[in-house]
Structure formats: C-alpha cells, structure tokens
Ligand binder design. Structure first.
Ligand code: ADP
Length: 245
C-alpha cells in the first residue's frame, strides 16, 4: 500500500464530490448546498466566503462532520465519511477535527488549562503526556501565564487564543474556524489571524468561514459561495509548502 511520496502528496486531504444539503420542513425545501465539488490539499489555508445565507455554515458543518450531506461523497484523509453513523462520526470528529468558533465556546466553570485538556481526556491520552501537550499548546498561543484563569477573567482575544490551543492540542488533521474574529475588535482580530497564519506556516490545514475579505487574503485557496453553489474557487501559488519541506 505504500504509494510514492508524489502520489501521497497528490491525494487531497479533503474531497467533496457532488455534495448537496437539502433542509426540508413541512412546506419548504431549502437547498443550502447544491452540487459542491471541492478539493483541499494538506497544508492549505482555505477561506469560505459569500453573503449571508449562501451556505457557508452548512459547508463547515459538513466538513466538521457535525452534519451529513443529503447527496454526494466526502472523503477525509482517504476515508469515505459521508455515511458514517452518529457515533462513528463523533469519533472521527474528535480525532481528526479541531474547531474554532466565533463565540470561543470555552466552558465557563473550567479554567484555561482544563478547557484545553478536555479534548485529550476524550481521546484517552495518558495524564502525563496530556499535561505536557496542554502546556505546549498554551505556550504556542502565548497563554501559558494564564493557565489557571477562568474564561470570564480573560479578554475576548485571550479566550480565542485559548480556544485555538484547544483546537490544536489533539493534533487534528484539519482545523475549522467559523468567523473566528467575528466577536473581536480589530486589534484582537488581527492577533488571532496572525496566530492562524502562523499555524498554517507550521503545516496546519485550515478552513475558515469569513465574510471579511481582509482576513481572507491570508488564505491560499479562496472558495466563494453563492446560493449554495461554489461560484469561484481560486488557489494561490503557495501550496503544499508544509509537505515540500
Ligand atoms: P451562511 O452560513 O452562509 O449564512 P447557512 O449555511 O447558515 O448560510 O444557510 C444556508 C441556507 O440554508 C439558508 O437559506 C438557511 O436559511 C438554510 N438553513 C441552514 N440551516 C438550516 C436548517 N437547520 N433548517 C432549515 N434551513 C436551514
């Protein structure tokens, strides 16, 4: 099964083929996504852009295995995941995906350290290794000095940096960010974007929903949605740099 390095590099980390998502209520049918085809290579920084209601959140939910397509296939890291059951989906999600939300979503009655440790507890990582990884992740986002603070004692920008540490601590295949700067002022927003760009330079694969084009300029692949369809998908020259090095 050992392909050459070239073959492995060619294989995208994410592949969506003919993906649709239809929401049905009693009398309305909403085609939130229609026939979406998308390939994302390891080490890419993808921005998902478009006006409100165009399907950005739906696409991110599908990529994050929080939802399943009505039609089409989703291959993640070589595994077909579109028709997994709820429990299997949760397992893949926990292991392979790191989420960063607009509202940070830290647990209010756990301190910073415990919040970042939580995903590793779910993964059953031994205590000693877990402590080391949490400490390293907090250093990575420059929040090591606040490890015993509670979320409410932190600024929005600090909370989002902790949330980034929580997303990366499990070493997921992909990081998904939903408007990560949406609740931050421009200074804190810029800091969080710098941090995401740094993670990307270090080799992380990132997919980020944003409707602020200023933040999309850091992306190596820009996907523009309109009415549930990919209107335009552009890729910059910089690609696969993490694998090339
Ligand atoms: P965006 O994130 O770009 O604002 P969404 O992905 O949230 O767009 O929504 C795309 C379309 O799907 C919208 O018309 C929205 O109303 C509809 N939609 C999203 N989620 C649901 C749902 N759970 N039930 C019914 N319609 C939904």
């Amino acid at each position: 099964m050992e392909g050459s390095v070239t073959e492995r590099v060619q294989e995208p980390l994410i592949r969506l083929e003919g993906v649709s998502r239809v929401f049905r209520t009693e009398d309305v049918e909403t085609h939130a996504l229609a026939d979406v085809n998308l390939e994302v290579r390891a080490g890419s920084f993808v921005s998902i852009e478009g006006p409100s209601g165009c399907g950005k959140s739906t696409l991110l939910s599908l990529l994050g295995l929080l939802d399943a397509p009505s039609k089409g296939t989703y291959t993640l890291g070589g595994q077909a995941v579109q028709s997994l059951g709820t429990a299997q989906r949760a397992r893949v999600r926990r292991k392979q995906i790191g989420f960063i939300f607009q509202g940070f979503n830290l647990i209010g009655d756990l301190d910073v350290f415990e919040n970042v440790e939580l995903p590793l507890t779910y993964l059953g990582v031994p205590k000693k290794e877990s402590k080391e990884r949490v400490a390293a992740a907090l250093e990575r986002v420059q929040m090591g000095h606040r490890k015993h603070h509670m979320p409410a004692q932190l600024s929005g920008g600090q909370q989002q940096r902790v949330a980034v540490a929580r997303a990366v601590v499990g070493k997921p295949l992909i990081l998904l960010a939903d408007e990560p700067t949406g609740n931050l002022d421009s200074k804190n927003g810029a800091q969080v974007m710098d941090l995401l760009a740094e993670l990307h330079r270090d080799g992380a694969t990132l997919c980020m929903v944003t409707h602020d084009p200023r933040y999309a300029t850091a992306a190596t692949q820009r996907v523009r949605l309109f009415d549930g369809r990919i209107q335009d998908s552009t890729q910059s020259e910089e690609r696969d740099h993490a694998l090339a090095g």
